[in-house]
Design a protein around this ligand. Structure first.
Ligand code: SF4
Length: 561
């Protein structure tokens, strides 16, 4: 690409209210591309690459970086996790990319708040040794735009500022084209923003969202126009994930701690998206505040009914519970007491637990727990465990339980007060293991029992004996298939076994006459000996022929002849 003037490198982002690790593309990337377009760059002037693409083919990009007028890296994991096939950028890589460039160098995204690849550590703020790199201290898209602007050519003189809702209204549309350069395109999940900033009057001790100020809702029409543009370009997978609480989109401040939800705004948003993108394959969400549900149960029920009507199944309402210890809830200004979170879980189950056409329940709650918060004691671990056990014993479903240790960021009350992270590390590890075994495992057996057919699982990685895939969506279930299958392929899978947080399955229906041994023996009730016997007797002409010659009726629903 000899004309390239700007290179955007996606080092990935993972924040409580924004995700950008493949197959996701974060809004930051699209906004920056839009800001570049508005600054006079053409689509051909802008090259986008993920850090994983650079690692696997460094030769493709070396020259582009060297000659580009502008090299922009987006990075920052404020809630780092483990990723199936992606590894976030590290500081050494950031330095080496910038060292290869002779143009303007800009680093930004959530990394502006500090850098750490692991939860439970203090985020480092002294980022780089490289002197000529500009670190955007507020919004990178606004910084890029201003640096290229008429008046400010020198990044040192450029003010760091937040972008306006009007700016991203334009940039989101102008930058949508960039998804075509994503390595997963067209199977890329577009993370959509509805607003950011916390609408509560008090804030949780660990959270960085209040640094954005009060909620700056995007107009419904802006989000729909963005989806229209992305859809036109080929996007079929969407998650409304960039907001701290979907229930509070366009909520009204009535003077209390939590603003009053506006079900009409959410209806207009979802209906508008479905109208403009009729063939979309996934429409999911992220983040629901259990405090909002506790305070406004009827309005929230209305919103959840709207979501279930217009979304696609497998959706997850991730609830930021953080702690089931009332002392910790109070000491850290958290959103809801344990009984309120329990009621939120019950409400979401009531509206969302029916199984949808992709095999997953329509919508389930997820739970986020954070450890190392102020006031935590050994009792906190018991309280959290007992809460989850009570949910399980009450036959309520949870899609996933996210447990992490707090990462303390500057300008939050937690900064400098995170000594309990280290003190409780060993208890934390044991407790986490116990939850995986005693809660996650039986919960998963209920969420997707053996014999459930999961539609459109995309195979993402493989080796000689195993492949792993996921459905496209919010918190998709990791699915192991005991065979080497081509990556990138979508297939239906029937569940045969459960792990703590993943399932094993075989392609559905299994073509028994050609299936490899390891898939046949994965079928329920079939051991290696029987699998060899079945394979030896193949081919079978029909269901009846199979039953007659093997005496096995039980696995018929899994098979194709
Ligand atoms: S409610 Fe708490 S966790 Fe949610 S955005 Fe506000 S401060 Fe952050």
């Amino acid at each position: 690409m000899p004309n390239t003037k700007a290179v955007i490198i996606d080092g990935y982002v993972d924040e409580p209210a924004c995700f950008g690790v493949p197959p996701y593309i974060s809004p930051y990337i699209r906004y920056i591309a839009g800001a570049l377009r508005e600054s006079g760059f053409s689509e051909n002037d802008i090259h986008y690459s993920t850090i994983d693409s650079i690692r696997s083919h460094p030769e493709n990009i070396g020259n582009i970086i060297k000659r580009a007028q502008l090299v922009i890296i987006v990075a920052g994991m404020t809630v780092p996790g483990k990723y199936l096939r992606s590894t976030p950028i590290n500081l050494r890589e950031i330095e080496s990319i910038f060292n290869a460039s002779s143009g303007l160098k800009i680093l930004g995204g959530p990394i502006r708040l500090g850098f750490s690849l692991e939860g439970g550590k203090k985020a480092e703020t002294d980022l780089l040794d490289t002197a000529d790199v500009s670190i955007s201290r507020k919004d990178i898209e606004a910084f890029v735009y201003d640096v290229l602007g008429e008046k400010t050519k020198n990044p040192e003189n450029c003010e760091h500022r937040f972008r306006t809702v009007e700016e991203i209204g334009r940039w989101a549309i102008k930058g949508a084209f960039i998804i075509k350069q994503h390595p997963d395109y067209p199977n890329v999940m577009c993370e959509l923003e509805t607003y950011r900033g916390c609408g509560r009057n008090q804030h949780c001790s660990f959270c960085t969202e209040p640094s954005y100020g009060s909620s700056d809702y995007r107009p419904v029409s802006d989000v729909i126009s963005e989806v229209a543009e992305l859809y036109e370009i080929g996007a079929r997978f969407y998650r409304i994930g960039r907001q701290p609480d979907i229930l509070s989109y366009h909520a009204k401040d009535k003077g209390g701690d939590i603003p009053e939800p506006d079900p009409q705004a959410i209806l207009s948003l979802y209906k508008g998206i479905r109208n403009i993108a009729p063939q979309l394959k996934v429409l999911h969400m992220d983040n629901a505040n259990p405090g909002t549900i506790a305070k406004y149960p009827d309005l929230c029920k209305e919103i959840f009914r709207t979501i279930v009507q217009y979304h696609t199944p497998g959706d997850v309402a991730a609830l930021g519970m953080e702690s089931a210890d009332p002392g910790v809830v109070k000491a850290n200004g958290l959103k809801a007491m344990p009984d309120e979170v329990f009621e939120a879980i019950r409400i979401i189950n009531e509206i969302g637990r029916t199984r949808g056409n992709n095999g997953m329940p329509e919508m389930l709650p997820g739970i986020n727990l954070v450890h190392g918060l102020m006031g935590e004691s050994k009792k906190t671990f018991d309280l959290n465990y007992n809460f989850l056990k009570h949910v399980l014993d009450s036959d309520l479903l949870l899609r996933r339980i996210n447990i992490r240790q707090v990462m303390a960021f500057p300008d939050t009350p937690m900064y400098g007060n995170d000594e309990l992270v280290r003190k409780h590390k060993q208890i934390f590890l044991k407790y986490k293991e116990k939850i995986r075994k005693d809660i996650d495992f039986p919960m998963l057996q209920k969420v997707v029992p053996v014999g459930t057919i999961l539609r459109d699982v995309k195979c993402e990685i493989n080796d000689r004996k195993m492949s792993f895939g996921r459905q496209m969506g919010s918190y998709p279930l990791l699915t192991g298939i005991p065979a080497c299958l081509p990556t990138g392929r979508f297939m239906d899978i029937i569940v045969t076994r459960h792990g703590h947080r993943s399932i094993t399955g075989v392609p559905y229906p299994l073509k028994i006459n050609t299936a490899p041994l390891q898939l046949i023996q994965e079928l329920p009730g079939i051991g290696k000996k029987q699998a060899i016997n079945i394979q030896r007797k193949a081919p079978f002409s029909s269901k009846d022929d199979f039953i007659k010659r093997t005496g096995n009726e039980g696995i018929i629903p899994y098979l194709d002849f």
